[in-house]
Design a protein. Structure first.
Length: 82
């Protein structure tokens, strides 16, 4: 299903697959990708959503402005951001 970016991250939070129209942000419901970079995952024990902060001042390496935007959208739904 091709949807807006905010809907992709919402579907990730709900455990459902989705992707945007350019396929630059996509999820299988468990993992969340910005381009081919894994930015979000789901703990298989607790089900919590874990987000890798690839934004400019984030913990992980900066990738791109677009990825920073994707991280910002996903942060609303993440249980853990690191």
């Amino acid at each position: 299903m091709k949807v807006r970016n905010d809907e992709v991250v919402s579907k990730w939070a709900q455990g459902q697959p989705a992707q945007n129209h350019r396929e630059s942000l996509k999820t299988d419901g468990k993992k969340l990708y910005s381009y081919s970079l894994l930015i979000g995952d789901t703990c298989r024990v607790t089900g919590k959503k874990i987000l890798r902060d690839h934004s400019s001042p984030g913990f992980w390496d900066y990738f791109s402005q677009t990825t920073s935007c994707h991280v910002g959208l996903a942060a609303r739904y993440a249980d853990i951001v690191g």
